[in-house]
Design a binder for this molecule. Sequence first.
Ligand code: FAD
Length: 481
Amino acid sequence: MSAAHTSRGRAPGHVVVIGGGISGLAAAHRLLEGGARVTLLEASGRLGGKLLAGEIAGVPVDLGAESMLARRPEAVDLARAVGLGERLQPPGTATASLWTRGALRPMPKGHVMGVPGDLAPLAASGVISPEGMARIAEDETLPRTEAGADVAVGEYVAARLGREVVDRLVEPLLGGVYAGDAYRISMRAAVPQLFEAARTERSLIEGVRAVQARAAAQALPGGPVFMGIDGGIGTLPGAVADAVRRAGGEILLRTEVRELRRTAADGWQIAAGGRLIAADAVIVAAPAGAAARLLRDGCPAAADELDTVDHASMALVTMAFRRSDLGTVPSGSGFLVPPVDGHRIKASTFASHKWDWIARADPDLFVLRTSLGRYGDDADLKRDDAELVELSLADLGAAVGLAARPVATTVTRWDGGLPQYAVGHVGRVDRIRAAVAGVSGPLRVCGALYDGVGIPACIGSGQRAADEILGTLAAGPATGE
Ligand SMILES: Cc1cc2nc3c(=O)[nH]c(=O)nc-3n(C[C@H](O)[C@H](O)[C@H](O)COP(=O)(O)OP(=O)(O)OC[C@H]3O[C@@H](n4cnc5c(N)ncnc54)[C@H](O)[C@@H]3O)c2cc1C
């Protein structure tokens, strides 16, 4: 809550939030806590963006994001604040595997985003060939590798430990977050603790050990690393929206914002859904392309930067099987697939094992999902839904021996779903924020593009934008309607 605002004890004005994904909803929720009047405008007919609750064979499932990091407070705290505390639920299992080098192999423990700090479990896992393990050992004697102002994760790790670690470990783990390409993704933005280690330690393995030692010394509270919500993460947007409405916020669906105009009095006029809305301040919580269009006239420097951001597309194939059809039910939480192994799917998540609420809803059903497509590898996404199901079944057969036909399937396409944090991302975000904050009417941006694509980071960016707007409005006279 904005201390500046509450100390003055007056409502700070009318704020329009553009975009009803989790970032915009979190911003609206925080603004209302701070006493603002809030209108949230969402282009589509539903809230939540990449959080999407669905159903398969009568069982509730997530068709978009499905778990949230619990080691950061923002997502679990927001879930509790909107009444979902009792429904927070850790995954039933976190035993993931890698399908690589012709077999399903245990994910080795003791790594930071796939970069090992402990070589014994890595060697035992069989994920890396003997030649690859020998190359990793060269890290001990190689001279320092400069990380400079930023470097691609893959480039730096390959220089220290060889390409095999990147291709078989870093790539699938980073891919699980960004659907990206490790040789393009910024180490500074995506794995800042590794970037810091690269700047201070000559050996990367020593750097990873230092990161792990620091984490242990911070004595992070125990408890699960990830959390789900009974009924699906996709139920969070609705709960936040209910809280926003209860607090007096207005939410308009099917209201695409087409234009943002500054008024002479340093306020805003928003053209959306065939009407003009006046506001004292605006938060743009829409993805990069839409944000660039909206900021083109009022803040061209930010729009130019936003236009340079690439996105990855992917599809999720959710399938339900009768357990009696399966013979052996595959175990664990699922598996990742390094692209270098040449298979079609990039990962599979065994939702019935991971989330107790899915298993409970129909104990005879086994629900899993696969993902296809990533940055620069979207040929399969041109195929129709039935083909994506068949590609998935063929890979599942080869990976875990699954031979049954599903009783229900759902394909969910996420075109341009994940922004890519390319080398130089941190600087780009700083420049966008500086340009936006320099506009004379109060304006902020938030969303998956800025501080991390994960749900807690998105919520954090929405709350930060809201706090800054509350502070700005509290410091100056409100000018809107
Ligand atoms: C398939 C997939 C799986 C994922 N899995 C996970 C996961 O398990 N855990 C995790 O932490 N993260 C996950 N992520 C990432 C995370 O879900 C997203 O980064 C996050 O939800 C993005 O939220 P957002 O509000 O910033 O953007 P969005 O969800 O994209 O919301 C933006 C909203 O703005 C609206 N909009 C756009 N233009 C306009 C306009 N002109 N006017 C009005 N409204 C507009 C859109 O319709 C949309 O509703 C996943 C992402 C994807 C794609």
